[in-house]
Design a protein around this ligand. Sequence first.
Ligand SMILES: [Zn+2]
Length: 187
Amino acid sequence: MKKINILKHLHTVNKHRFYVFIYCVKAGIPFRGLVHDLSKYSPEEFISSCKYFSGKLSPIVMEKKDIGYSKAWLHHKGRNKHHWEYWYDEFAPEKSPIIPYKYAVEMVCDGLAASKVYNGKNWNKDLQLKYWLKTKPSRKINLKIEQFLEEVFTLCANDGIYKTLQRKKLKKLYDKHVNIAENNTEV
Ligand SMILES: [Zn+2]
């Protein structure tokens, strides 16, 4: 394993966590921003991500190409509730349960931060919505959460990230898609 890859991977993780933290503070969930993706520093994730660091594709993709699956990803998704894969269970009566508010908002911040870092100079505010729409068919997220995420990303594309990531606004949107919708079906 090259020493330079250790530094480069560390830099990627820190940079991503920095943007997630800024967005989480804006969104009113600072603690989630602070602890976001901490499992990436665990040996199970850190060592394999350094080994498969390429600078272009994510180490997870590289590990999957090499051995057919990614140990780092399996470790990560099993511990991080901001990933829909954490919640998904093919054999449960409720395959994709509703993701609680703080993790759903952390998911928003994660997506926006990844888009920002990944696209670098070419970044603009509607890229996350485009990426979301393109990858939506392959995700197995609870429909209400999916609608919440889509409306938030659409607002980000129209009004910008900082106007959208406001605690009251996000809470209202979540209630509209999840809580209020939930109550209506009970009546
Ligand atoms: Zn994560």
